[in-house]
Design a protein around this ligand. Structure first.
Ligand SMILES: [Fe+2]
Ligand SMILES: [Fe+2]
Length: 181
């Protein structure tokens, strides 16, 4: 199993004790009502948006640290990249073209939530959120940190769809994860 696959699995059993630095970066956001409200929303397959966010931000954090990028910006930007408070699978006219519009929604929500918890977003963090859907949205990411999160987001989406599509793979994956919980 490759390094990315190991990090993906690891993102399903994070804890404050073993992942202190990661949680130092995301603690401001991960215990808010806004974040908790997303638990019921599905991202890909049958994986929740909340789990998707943990996977993208944790893998981005580990890779950003290894590559000596701005790991705090990578982690926080990735944690807020899909901050939208609806289930995009629901056939509601306001969710139309979700893929194109949600980076702007997420950026708006991220600014509001940051202000509420007493922090503010850096330019790199804002660019990570706003450009993560490239190439669907045509303006490319500006910083190496934004390119990294854009890549990790796609890798995680593929993994989530794959796991959700094959019952045996899913069973094996969650049986491994549960051993670590
Ligand atoms: Fe997204
Ligand atoms: Fe995403």
């Amino acid at each position: 199993m490759g390094k990315l696959d190991r990090l993906f699995k690891r993102s399903y059993y994070l804890n404050e004790k073993d992942d202190t630095e990661y949680f130092d970066y995301v603690r401001d956001f991960c215990y808010t009502d806004e974040f908790a409200s997303m638990e019921k929303n599905i991202q890909h397959g049958d994986i929740s948006v909340v789990q998707h966010i943990y996977s993208v931000s944790y893998i981005s954090y580990r890779l950003g640290k290894k590559l000596k990028f701005d790991k705090k910006a990578v982690t926080r930007g990735a944690f807020l990249h899909d901050l939208f408070y609806y289930d995009w699978h629901c056939p509601d006219p306001s969710h139309r073209l979700h893929g194109y519009h949600h980076p702007t929604t997420a950026l708006r929500n991220a600014r509001i939530l940051s202000k509420k918890v007493g922090t503010s977003l850096s330019e790199v963090e804002e660019n990570i959120i706003h450009r993560h859907m490239f190439p669907l949205t045509i303006i490319p990411p500006k910083y190496k940190e934004s390119i990294l999160v854009c890549f990790v987001d796609k890798y995680v989406a593929i993994k989530e769809i794959f796991i959700s599509s094959f019952p045996k793979t899913k069973e094996r994956f969650f049986s491994d994860v549960n051993k670590h919980k």
